[in-house]
Design a protein around this ligand. Structure first.
Ligand SMILES: NC(=O)c1ccc[n+]([C@@H]2O[C@H](COP(=O)([O-])OP(=O)(O)OC[C@H]3O[C@@H](n4cnc5c(N)ncnc54)[C@H](OP(=O)(O)O)[C@@H]3O)[C@@H](O)[C@H]2O)c1
Length: 329
């Protein structure tokens, strides 16, 4: 099969299409003929050489796919060959065929095409796990999502809207601000023009109950200061750095919880339980059109380097997806 490969970490141009052996599904896995693969920031970090795949995971980039089931492992029930699905995968998505644990597969909602379905797994699993499971968000709470225009941000905004949870988000320009407002965020702050701490305090003096942060750096202290009593700060990335000099006094005084998580290293049963929660709580809203993955752009398989460049540009709003079915030209 064809897959994206790089000999050594480097810039986006190191990625090239090569021939490799098809992966073989184990007894609890399925083999998927990939039609589309989502691009995520962790792919860029892996290609740069800073996020190596955990032991036993594919070296090929790509954490989410959509496609049709080609074959089933011996113990797999509830799925059949030919079925249209999307799946969270342990790498291997930037390829014609990819294996997925049966517990991380979601049947493709009929109202979505394969491009849209490929944009679901990584962001929906991450948002559900951090905001609803770890964050235990409640209806009467206030939430702040940093990076509202990201794949993660556009997913979080829609999920929180469904549950009527008041959501602040930060973005880097006014175009993204408008789009996040249209998507359902209650208050959108352009962090290049306004201080998010001051703006939120002005609107709700108590601050917020939960912050999902992918920025880190100087945001950490501001986040701590912004949380109300018993609030939670959950980091899923530290784009501005994970080494910070902070005053922890408010953590004690306000009984804050500072936590974080990464999805990829978690085992299949953990991921399966998120998958089950998504099927129960979120997929019905995808099927009735109230939640829809936001697609920024689609690139041909051979142009994966362009997809990565688009993500570096930070001009995107929502998800960048690789079309694995149609060929360039
Ligand atoms: N821990 C996990 O399990 C997990 C899983 C998936 C993703 N992630 C992380 O989650 C983040 C989003 O992933 P993605 O794939 O959706 O990537 P993405 O679309 O490229 O998102 C990155 C976002 O960060 C925002 N950002 C950068 N600097 C900012 C700042 N100073 N203030 C506010 N926002 C800022 C950018 O928005 P602006 O251009 O508007 O600044 C951009 O939208 C990435 O950092 C990724 O590594 C973590």
């Amino acid at each position: 099969m064809k897959a994206i490969h790089f000999d050594a970490p480097g810039n986006p141009e190191v990625m090239k299409v090569v021939d490799v052996k098809n992966p073989l599904p184990s007894e609890n896995q399925v083999l998927i003929k990939v039609k589309a693969a989502g691009v995520n920031r962790p792919d860029l970090i892996q290609r740069e050489g800073n996020y190596p795949p955990p032991n036993g995971h594919s070296n090929i980039l790509g954490l989410e796919v959509s496609g049709e089931i080609k074959s089933l492992g011996r113990k797999v029930k509830n799925f059949k060959v030919g079925e249209a699905v999307c799946a969270l995968v342990n790498g291997g998505g930037y390829a014609e065929y990819c294996v997925a644990d049966a517990g991380t597969i979601i049947k493709k909602p009929k109202n979505l095409n394969f491009i849209e379905a490929a944009a679901i797994p990584e962001c929906f699993f991450t948002c559900w796990s951090n905001i609803f499971d770890r964050g235990e968000v409640k209806n009467d709470q206030y939430v702040l999502i940093h990076g509202g225009s990201s794949g993660i941000g556009t997913t979080a905004i829609q999920m929180l809207k469904i549950f009527n949870i008041f959501t602040f988000v930060t973005v880097g320009n006014d175009k993204k601000k408008k789009l996040c407002e249209e998507l359902g965020a209650n208050i959108v702050i352009n962090y290049k023009k306004e201080d998010f701490f001051l703006k939120i305090k002005e609107i709700n003096n108590k601050g917020v109950n939960l912050i999902l942060d992918m920025v880190g750096g100087d945001y950490v202290q501001k986040n701590i200061n912004l949380l109300c009593s018993d609030g939670k700060l959950i980091n899923i990335a530290y784009q501005k750095g994970s080494k910070v000099n902070i005053d922890l006094m408010k953590v004690m005084l306000k009984r804050l919880i500072i936590t974080g998580s990464t999805l990829r290293i978690r085992d299949s049963s953990f991921k399966q339980s998120i998958r089950n929660s998504l099927i129960k709580n979120i997929v019905p809203y995808i099927e009735n059109g109230k939640i829809k993955p936001v697609i920024d752009s689609v690139f041909f398989f051979e142009q994966s380097y362009k997809a990565h460049k688009r993500m570096y540009s930070s001009e995107h709003f929502g998800k960048i997806v690789l079309d694995m079915e149609n060929k360039l030209g």
